[in-house]
Design a protein around this ligand. Structure first.
Ligand SMILES: *Cc1c(COP(=O)(O)O)cnc(C)c1O
Length: 353
């Protein structure tokens, strides 16, 4: 085996997909599988496809291009850039939008490519990332309905991202009411109301999802086993689909406080050290450019990560029950942020078991 390596357990992933599929189906909700956090790696999207998932979503067109199974619908989750509207229409069937200028450009691209492109109008109900404000939404919907090669397919809300806002019935009612207003004013049927992401799971487990909300965009809960509003485990889900393994390249007893006058570390920060006397320090070959140490946790609960430079992570293994030696492997659980950076780091091998 070569290290560092991010291992994906596909059987555990398949189990998680099945459970979320059932939870959604039992609540009358469809979903797209969000693939951005693992860069839409084909070995992983295949597991979703084999489980019956036919709708995929990513924030990057480069990732959507890789999802080319028969009969799938692709969602572009990040608002398209004006410089990518043609590739957006080419490689996605649906995109999230909040700017008329962009929808206009998408329409032009769709005419050129002889397609109809579906648009989800994002409404910002408080998380303050993307979306039109509720008071502007009805007018913007009216504008979108005028474009011949654009279908106003649905309304969407996003939570738990920039502001960390937790979805509620009250904020969701803003969009469900808007769908009725669009119907009344323009006679247009809104097919999809997309009520968020892995942070909306508590509505499904409590069976309280507003009946109008028929769609979610789901990434993290399937991959990491927890919903993201309250960090609750969901019955039956594995939390260890992904594991990071890195190799020890130095193991020595050394002081716990650096020797000499202290300036800044490699990242221009001034670290603080606690004097614990001499400690057994394992240096492992994975660094800050691959993963932020605060977003991984050693599976050896008696090991403690002390710090990082670009290519090294220092772990205190003084109290470990394992007697490590050079060449041994330290293993870590991952979180959303670490899975993302490990997936994008070309220095980290990806293995699928
Ligand atoms: C990333 C993303 C999601 C998925 O969020 P999870 O918390 O991983 O389920 C949903 N919607 C949008 C717009 C996103 O960018």
């Amino acid at each position: 085996m070569k290290y560092p390596v991010l291992i994906t357990n596909r059987a555990k992933l398949a189990n998680n997909i099945k459970i979320i599929q059932k939870l959604c189906a039992d609540n009358g909700v469809s979903f797209c599988a969000v693939t951005k956090v693992f860069c839409a790696a084909p070995k992983i999207t295949r597991v979703y496809y084999d489980a019956g998932v036919r709708e995929f979503a990513d924030t990057r067109i480069a990732n959507l291009k890789k999802i080319n199974y028969q009969g799938v619908t692709r969602w572009l989750l990040r608002l398209p850039m004006l410089c990518e509207v043609e590739t957006a229409v080419k490689y996605s069937d649906v995109s999230l939008n909040s700017e008329i200028a962009t929808v206009k450009a998408l329409n032009k691209a769709a005419i050129k490519l002889g397609k109809t492109h579906k648009v989800i109008l994002m409404v910002d109900v408080g998380d303050l990332r993307e979306g039109v404000l509720p008071r502007d939404a009805l007018a913007v919907a009216g504008e979108i309905l005028k474009f011949p090669n654009i279908e106003l397919y649905g309304l969407g809300v996003n939570y738990n991202c920039f502001g960390g806002v937790i979805p509620t019935h009250e904020s969701m009612s803003i969009v469900t009411n808007l769908a009725y207003e669009i119907k009344n004013k323009y006679g247009a049927n809104i097919k999809v109301i997309s009520g968020g992401n892995s942070g909306s799971m508590h509505f499904l487990t409590a069976r309280t999802m507003p009946k109008e909300v028929n769609y979610l965009r789901i990434g993290e809960v399937i991959l990491l086993g927890r919903e993201t509003s309250y960090q609750q485990h969901i019955d039956g889900l594995h939390e260890d689909v992904f594991r990071l393994h890195a190799q020890i390249i130095e193991l020595k007893k050394k002081p716990s406080v650096p020797v000499g006058e202290l300036g800044l570390n490699a990242f221009g920060e001034k670290p603080v050290f606690v004097d614990r006397g001499d400690i057994l320090r394992a240096v492992i070959a994975v660094g800050r450019q691959d993963v932020d140490m605060n977003k991984i946790a050693p599976l050896d609960h008696k090991a403690e990560i002390l710090g990082q430079s670009s290519d090294h992570t220092i772990v205190d293994v003084t109290h470990s029950d394992t007697k490590y030696k050079v060449g041994d492997i330290l293993s870590f659980s991952v979180s959303y942020g670490s899975l993302l950076s490990l997936s994008t780091s070309k220095y980290v091998r990806k293995v699928y078991e």
